[in-house]
Design a binder for this molecule. Structure first.
Ligand code: ADP
Ligand code: MG
Length: 266
């Protein structure tokens, strides 16, 4: 059932509609995502929380067509994308970006940060009309991106191993926003960071969502982080969404027993 709740006063245009999506592994033996449906509205941060192994990352990869689905439909801006071929998917790959848990794996260790940063733009530059950033030169573009994620300019010439984990994750965020997507799936974006960097990166993500008109699917096993970030929250267990509600309804008596379990270790 679609969730009929408000999205913090923003317009309720549907950006993503996920209908009865199922994904299994090992033949059909391992059901990772089970007949799952939800909607994500433009401008919101929708949280997805659940314990390790419940299927969050599988769902994320399916939504972005990094993996194919067994059944169901994924609509982005009212277009079904589950059957599109790679050429047809190309524009959607620009509009939907992902930030993974481990920034070290997401960055090419042999590339200087400035070269990693312009990589996505180079792929889409012919078709892309930037609204928030401008590309006059590579240096100027890199400078804007580093500024946007609050990193010092001198990072540009460094290699990933020369900067901290928190800085690396800011670089992957800068890459994701560089092509001005509409949706960013954040798959445990702070799970590999220390507590101080975690808070700072979450604050940065919230700021970027507002300034760049982004929508987020924010995925975490950490209910506190999801609660901090999201206007609406979905709770996932064993491949299913068992509960979904507005942020301020977290502590309501109506919550699913599993949500209450997560709250008890909040
Ligand atoms: P989460 O992100 O919530 O921790 P995952 O989506 O990574 O969960 O995994 C969900 C389930 O699917 C787990 O049981 C996991 O072992 C299984 N799984 C995930 N990816 C694969 C894969 N490529 N091959 C086989 N099983 C997988
Ligand atoms: Mg995961």
């Amino acid at each position: 059932m679609p969730c009929s709740v408000c999205t913090g006063g923003r317009s309720r245009l549907k950006l993503l509609t996920v209908s009865h999506v199922t994904k299994s592994y090992q033949g059909k033996e391992k059901l990772a995502v089970n007949n799952l449906s939800f909607e994500l509205f433009r401008g919101e941060c929708l949280g997805l929380v659940g314990e390790s192994g419940c299927g969050k990352s599988t769902l994320a990869r399916c939504l972005l067509r990094i993996e194919s689905i067994d059944e169901g439909s994924i609509q982005f801006n009212n277009t079904a994308i589950e059957h599109l071929n790679e050429r047809q998917l190309h524009p959607y790959r620009q509009k939907m970006q992902i930030v993974f848990q481990n920034p070290s794996a997401a960055l090419n260790p042999k590339l200087r940060i400035k070269d990693s940063l312009v990589d996505p733009y180079d792929v889409y530059r012919k078709k892309l009309k930037l609204r928030h950033f401008s590309y006059t030169s590579k240096e100027a573009f890199v400078k804007q991106l580093l500024e946007a994620v609050e990193l010092p300019e001198n990072i540009a010439n460094k290699y990933p191993h020369e900067i901290s984990g928190g800085q690396r994750q800011r670089v992957t965020i800068a890459r994701a926003i560089s092509i001005e997507p509409e949706l960013i799936v954040l798959d445990e974006p702070t799970a590999s960071l220390d507590v101080i960097s975690q808070g700072a990166v979450l604050d940065l993500l919230t700021k970027l969502r507002n300034t760049l008109d982004l929508s987020y699917l924010f995925i975490s096993h950490d209910l506190a982080a999801v609660h901090q970030m999201s206007q609406r929250i979905m709770v996932m267990k064993d491949g299913n969404i068992v509960d979904q509600f507005n942020r301020d309804q977290l502590f309501s008596d109506h919550r699913h027993p599993y949500t209450k379990e997560l709250i008890s270790i909040f």
